[in-house]
Design a protein around this ligand. Structure first.
Ligand code: HEC
Length: 103
């Protein structure tokens, strides 16, 4: 499936055929961009959605776990979105957004 996605994205673009397929974490993190912005930085004026990029991995992981386990009473969409992710995926996402990253 990953290969299929990479191949689909590469149609007509010869240089990208040589690139390695996106990692699972990159694909997962891309789904967060809808709200948290490309690369984990919400667009300016994106009011109530917190920036993820550059936060400490340990803090991000604690927040993800609290949200997933319904321990944050102010949460809205995140508890639902995190259902079905395992701890390894939460850790990988926390690491991913803690790095300086693209953009
Ligand atoms: C539908 C929009 C939406 C999507 C998609 C989304 N988020 Fe969120 N996120 C929010 C909102 C809104 C909050 C504030 C908490 C709440 O209301 O649930 C939040 C809060 C968070 C927080 C807490 C940040 C902090 O500083 O306390 C983390 C961490 C987080 N999201 C990670 C992610 C990750 C990782 C993904 C992708 C797997 C993701 N989010 C996808 C909307 C979204």
């Amino acid at each position: 499936m990953q290969a299929a996605l990479a191949a689909a994205a590469c149609v007509g673009l010869p240089p990208c055929a040589a690139q390695p397929p996106l990692s699972d974490t990159a694909l997962l993190a891309a789904t967060c961009a809808t709200c948290h912005g490309p690369g984990g930085r919400p667009p300016a004026g994106g009011a109530s959605i917190p920036a993820l990029r550059g936060q400490h991995a340990a803090r991000l992981l604690r927040r993800l776990q609290a949200l997933q386990e319904h321990r944050d009473p102010s949460a809205t969409v995140m508890p639902q979105l995190l259902q079905g992710l395992d701890e390894a995926q939460l850790r990988a996402l926390a690491q991913w957004f803690s790095r300086p990253g693209p953009r």
